[in-house]
Write a protein that binds this ligand. Structure first.
Ligand code: 5BU
Length: 263
């Protein structure tokens, strides 16, 4: 006998913190505000990497549509590791379609994202029906789910101007249970006192850009000047000579700044 959806939700409430609080707790407990952006094309490799660096990160972000060997069995293995090592799984899907379509993209297809991704990214561009649809779909699984709204992008020439950012924040306030924070390049002013989690990608200590318009800042700049809670690092770690040591370095740099900011 399967528990019905309402029974599942009751179980969730007793077992899990709300997701925004959960991330803050992980950051404090593990002394890490590092999100590893594991932009690799092989899920087996991500699984191995997550065992090695899982202790040093609060979030693991992937792009499941670049994986050559995606299977639900493998993604469940990654999920098990995320629970053992206490980090959340984050699919950077950047949903951007009408509500009905995104809800299908979220729950169906080969990757069934909603089943395993604690967090996803969402564009505000289509209007707030996108959030209504994703939030509704997320309630069908027996675990808390949340999203980050994309407010500002790190790439050169991004069209996310002030007016766009303002409207994005308003959508976040309207769906404040599901929208747990923003992907942003600055601290956004909101009209409520909700402690939205700000994540900043485009973080690298040794580089200022890539050849396709990605723009980098240091962990300290991201946290102290731009107001990030979480730093998102991909190639800075993935392309280093020692991924584990480099992850530890970004963990240390990121958390030092996080503590300084919250004092
Ligand atoms: P990098 O290797 O650290 O440059 O990778 C950055 C990651 O963050 C990559 O997965 C991007 O898709 C993601 N990203 C970004 O770089 N900038 C943005 O504004 C957003 C996401 Br939104």
């Amino acid at each position: 006998n399967q528990p019905n959806v309402d029974e599942k939700r009751t179980v969730v409430k007793s077992n899990y913190l709300p997701i925004r609080e959960h991330i803050r707790t992980i950051i404090e407990e593990k002394k890490s505000n590092l999100c590893l952006s594991a932009d690799l094309t092989n899920l087996d490799e991500i699984i191995e990497l997550s065992k090695q660096v899982g202790d040093y990160i609060c979030l693991l972000k992937i792009h499941c549509d670049i994986l050559n060997d995606f299977t639900m069995e493998k993604i469940r293995q990654l999920k098990t590791i995320s629970k053992e090592k206490n980090f959340l799984l984050f699919e950077d899907r950047k949903f951007a379609d009408i509500g009905n379509t995104v809800s299908l993209q979220y729950t169906k297809g080969l990757s069934q994202i909603c089943e395993w991704a604690d967090l996803v990214t969402v564009h505000a561009l289509p209007g707030d029906g996108i959030l209504k649809a994703l939030e509704e779909s997320s309630k069908e699984v027996g675990e808390p789910r949340g999203c980050f709204l994309l407010a500002q992008m790190s790439s050169k020439g991004a069209l996310t101007d002030e007016k766009y950012v303002k409207a994005t924040v308003q959508y976040a306030e309207k769906y404040q249970n599901f929208v747990i924070g923003f992907i942003a390049q600055s601290r956004l002013s909101t009209s409520s006192n909700i402690d939205y989690i700000h994540c900043t990608p485009g973080v690298h200590i040794n580089s200022s850009e890539d050849k396709f318009g990605q723009q980098y800042i240091s962990p300290a700049e991201a946290v102290l000047q731009r107001g990030a809670d979480v730093i998102i690092c991909g190639r800075a770690i993935l392309e280093s000579n020692d991924r584990v040591q480099t992850a530890k370095l970004y963990q240390t740099e990121g958390y030092k700044a996080y503590q300084q900011k919250r004092q």
